[in-house]
Design a protein around this ligand. Structure first.
Ligand code: MYR
Length: 222
């Protein structure tokens, strides 16, 4: 029998990632199925998924801010880009990078900074779902936009039966975004505009900024 060549670390890691992703997708599917059994009404399942997502989002934002190195967004447009793919949080690194002459830094240190910069460019959806989105369809006021997902791992292996046509299967995602944004003072309405499980040609989420609550400074200035 021919000896089995050992797989490289990268191949094993990729395999583990794939299995994790599949497990995640199947677990989510099992949750939705259970909700359908328990709640019976598709509308109720939609609400419940959104609420579950909201509860996740209000906690997940802390992890997101801690890991992403994102600084405060100047407006809703920047926030949408941060959710979809781009970070402006590496500005600090860029600043330091140009301030110190490149030759001053040892190669290793420079590589580490470059790596951080690349990682920081993939934030929001990428950090938790491994996907990116395109931001578009802005209204004139800059308060409503769409996130068009480039991929959606939640729906791998999923096909909705006729009895579930009103189901927003990925409603957990809209809830997560709504919850996360509320924690950074943005009250939003997040709704699915297009859904491939309902026969549309893409997954499109609409983000509507309802209210931006000014943050209160906890101390009184004398
Ligand atoms: C700020 O101005 O404080 C930064 C605001 C950034 C908000 C980003 C919210 C990220 C939500 C991640 C959603 C992941 C869904 C799976």
């Amino acid at each position: 029998m021919a000896p089995v060549a050992p797989r490289s670390g990268d191949a094993i890691f990729a395999n583990v990632e794939r299995v994790n992703a599949e497990l995640f997708t199947l677990t989510y599917g099992a949750i939705v199925r259970q909700l359908l059994t328990d709640l019976e009404e598709v509308e109720e399942v939609n609400k419940q998924l959104d609420q579950m997502g909201y509860n996740i989002g209000i906690r997940l934002i802390d992890e997101f801010l801690a890991k992403s190195n994102v600084s405060r967004c100047i407006d809703f447009k920047e926030t949408a880009e941060v959710i979809a793919k781009k970070s402006h949080g590496d500005g600090f690194l860029e600043g330091v990078w140009s301030w110190i002459h490149p030759g001053f830094l040892r190669k290793q240190k420079r590589k580490k900074m470059e790596k951080r910069k690349i990682e920081n460019e993939s934030v929001g959806l990428k950090m938790f779902l491994g996907v990116t989105a395109t931001v578009g369809n802005w209204n004139a006021e800059g308060t409503t936009c769409s996130l068009i997902l480039e991929d959606n791992p939640l729906v791998d292996f999923v096909e909705l039966p006729d009895t579930c046509q009103g189901l927003y299967y990925c409603n957990i995602l809209s809830g997560v975004i709504r919850g996360a944004l509320e924690m950074v003072s943005m009250k939003t309405e997040v709704t699915w505009i297009r859904d491939m499980l309902r026969g549309d040609d893409a997954f499109e989420l609409q983000l509507k900024l309802l209210k931006q609550v000014p943050e209160e400074y906890p101390y009184k200035d004398d």
